[in-house]
Design a protein around this ligand. Sequence first.
Ligand SMILES: Nc1ncnc2c1ncn2[C@@H]1O[C@H](COP(=O)(O)OP(=O)(O)OP(=O)(O)O)[C@@H](O)[C@H]1O
Length: 579
Amino acid sequence: MSTSQGRESRAPALEIRDLSKSFGSVRALQDVTVVVESGTVHCVLGENGAGKSTLCHLVGGSLAPDAGTLRLYGQPYAPRRPADALGAGIAMVHQHFSLVPTLTVGENLRLLRLPGLGRRLDRVADEYGLVLDPGARVAELPVGLRQRVEIVKALLREPRLLLLDEPTGVLDPAGTEALLATCRRIADRGGAVVLITHKLGEVGRAGDAATVLRGGRVVGGGPLADLPPEKLVPLMIGRTADSLDPALSSTTGLAGPATPATAAASATPQGPPALRIDGLTVRGADGVPALDDVRLEVEPGQIVGIAGVEGNGQSELMAVLGGSRAPGSGSLTLGAADITRATPRRRTAAGLGVVPEDRHHDGCVPDLSVTDNLFLGKLGRFRRGGLFLDRPAMRRAAQDVLSAHDIRADGPDTPMSTLSGGNQQKVVLARELALDPLVCLAAAQPTRGLDVGAVAAVHTRIREAAARGAGVLVVSSELDELLALCDRVVVAYRGRLSAPVATSAPAARERIGHLMLGAEAAAPPTAADLVTPEPVPTKPVPKEAVPKGAVPKGPVPAPAAHTTPGTPPHNPATTPPLP
Ligand SMILES: Nc1ncnc2c1ncn2[C@@H]1O[C@H](COP(=O)(O)OP(=O)(O)OP(=O)(O)O)[C@@H](O)[C@H]1O
């Protein structure tokens, strides 16, 4: 090692000094100082809109600071564009995907124009266990696998500093553990990782130090040994962990297992189900069924969860529910209305609220204002004298929603694209929860990217919607969240849904974990299953085999042509080799 390299290695990986950045009247960051030592994983925490992503963009060269300086391994560093950051050995994984959906994974990776791509991919697979299917079309991948592609893209560059902006929001527990292990490995080899996350459990497992931002300022930080969750939460959200919903404790990583949801809909339901999915079948591009004779009923007032390792049909089910994908066969009934062939607009009018997996692409129009995003499908309410819209009334109504849902935006005219990721998520949820009538809400990862305080608020709102008589279907990769929120959970496995498991049943977690491994053939539930879950005649998995919130490890049944455990089969014969 040369003398200058020796000096470099003693210097912090990244020194951010007195950085400030405003967007018009919004002060996103003010005099922020963060020092990231080499060989560490440094967590950046803070509520939605605190300035975390802005900080990443400034380090990654996609934004320029108004004031302040940066040093990288002891050297002055002033990136003017993302290419400067890449050239300096910094790689970033942003909150929003930067993949071309119509291309395959391999084609997306070739766009990086890195020499020896095949060798680099092998190294990332060997060192970090992150395997990709180069022939898979990105548009057909579930968001968790898209996120994996983004992470591999960053690692292919062999960065010495890796910035990850909420990378685990869309990962299932196994994917999260793999990523945290990757972070540790990078740090242990002398690199450094800046990890933005809302999940305190992850902070405890992977982090060495943390900085907490609130309102664009640093409000605390230091080695994590001195910052237990009880100290971090008040710093992050300005109130104590005790004030949060206790059912959230394990979702947020604050404490032990979540309390099961109270069965809100234990009474015998009257009238038709809020949502009935009957014999739904969808084939993937390779002809393999992505959804195979799926049947499910969600009663009014009931919260039903869909658990499962990502890639077992959940994305296709959400796409069919939202109306962006037509089923090959089967039917969807909302209350008394057949909506199988209904347009998304008609579904909304009939009372189906949908929070899609990828809220940024499918849930909102980023270039339109918050007001327009809230009321786009409901303009009739604001029409005056035929064609004219009462814009002031729309703005007032939007302001009420912003206040009620604690959405941090610079007013109702703000373009959606300038809201922080968590606040965008809150807008989409608020819009769907406000449907009138709301017969059923189908929400994929409803709390993804939300801070611990906002997660509590969203769970309360979902329970309130159910209490008012709506059926709720929640797709989540977080078992803790499903156990905290739902009355019943079904498991998606290779395109089929299991019989429901009541979350109040003894050993519900273990049974669900078992089903996630396909340990019980996921036969379509009978009508009796849907009302009273039958005990499943299998030996429960021992408790220690199913870690909290994690996909249990164990003998997985012989996979079909899989490249990723738990993902739907992909035909390797169609997979083109990489260079
Ligand atoms: N391009 C932009 N134009 C205007 N305002 C912006 C822009 N980008 C960010 N902001 C504002 O800056 C503030 C900080 O946003 P940022 O995305 O950094 O927050 P965050 O901490 O990453 O939040 P989250 O946890 O929700 O992702 C927010 O008020 C946001 O609306």
